[in-house]
Design a protein around this ligand. Structure first.
Ligand code: NDP
Length: 274
């Protein structure tokens, strides 16, 4: 299996491995420690956690005990909604930093565009970045109006926007805005939480490439220049989801996949947050 994940360059010059390993709903303790360790063994070099997931400490431990040099692994965590606001953000980051027990965090995200608080929280992230404890800062679940608001208020463009994204939820307005503003788009729930993996039209494309439907969804994200973040606690699937570097989906099949959009959302919906 290929162990070299391609990297993308963020708008601040830092690099991000293009496949991340998600750990939402990965139980804190042994389970997360084991699955992150397995992911690192397989070749993943990017882990996506959040303070809300309750497993930052296990992610930090798995990275440390892997023996892989710290600079070879990209670690993301996120600010939880209840902690938004300038001072509370600084305090929440201190806690995440302590939980992860690393010298620096690669990417710190606002988890959600909390109305009335997101601008001050975003200013706090800039301050944390200046302290050197975080290399890059970004947002998650931000739609175009949320992005415009924080950029206009601070002049600081997020390095990434992490949104729910798959062929079944392919939101061109926010993606186009991100492309235009040099914001890398990360795809969360890229496997539709497995709900669409049995879709026959997806299955027929997968069969053509002798790949699984999960692999097709991840590869679709990669070929669009997104950063997919598949999650699994199952060793065979952790391996399967990384087997995406030895084939290419042709243009016609990419177009077919693009046409699957049906605004199918598995997670929370930020579109109505004003
Ligand atoms: P995914 O789309 O990654 O799906 C995960 C589910 O699919 C799990 O139930 C997993 O089961 C199953 N699965 C994984 N691989 C396969 C496979 N090859 N075949 C069949 N089933 C499979 O959903 P998530 O919502 O977890 O999203 C991924 C990551 O994105 C999260 O872990 C988190 O890091 C991030 N995220 C961010 C959000 C945000 O608001 N910023 C919101 C949601 C997610 P099992 O584990 O049992 O193998």
């Amino acid at each position: 299996m290929s162990s070299v994940t391609p990297k993308l360059t963020l708008n601040d010059g830092n690099q991000i491995p293009q496949v991340g390993f998600g750990v939402y709903l990965s139980p804190p303790g042994e389970a997360t420690l084991a699955s992150v360790s397995e992911a690192l063994r397989i070749g993943y070099r990017h882990i996506d956690t959040a303070s809300m997931y309750g497993n930052e400490a296990d992610v930090g431990k798995a990275v440390k005990s892997s023996g892989i040099p710290r600079e070879a692994v990209f670690i993301t965590t996120k600010l939880w909604n209840a902690d938004q606001g300038f001072d509370t953000t600084l305090k929440a980051f201190d806690q995440s930093f302590k939980n992860l027990n690393v010298d620096y965090v690669d990417l710190y995200l606002l988890h959600w565009p909390v109305e009335g608080k997101r601008i001050n929280s975003w200013k706090a992230l800039s301050q944390i970045k200046r302290s050197g404890r975080v290399r890059s800062i970004g947002v998650s679940n931000f739609m175009v109006h949320h992005l415009e608001e924080i950029i206009n208020a601070t002049g600081v463009v997020p390095a990434v926007n992490q949104i729910e994204l798959s062929p079944y939820l392919y939101s061109s307005d926010v993606i186009n805005f991100c492309k235009k503003n040099n914001i890398i788009v990360e795809a969360y729930s890229p496997l539709t939480r497995s709900k669409k993996l049995v879709d026959l039209k997806l299955k027929s494309i997968a069969d053509k490439y002798a790949k699984t439907t999960a692999q097709i969804l991840i590869r679709w994200s990669l070929q669009h220049g997104f950063v997919p973040l598949p999650k699994s606690n199952t060793p065979s699937r952790i391996k399967e989801n990384f087997g995406v570097f030895d084939f290419e989906i042709n243009e016609q099949d990419m177009n077919t996949l693009d046409s699957f959009n049906e605004n199918f959302r598995t997670c929370w919906d930020p579109t109505s947050v004003s």
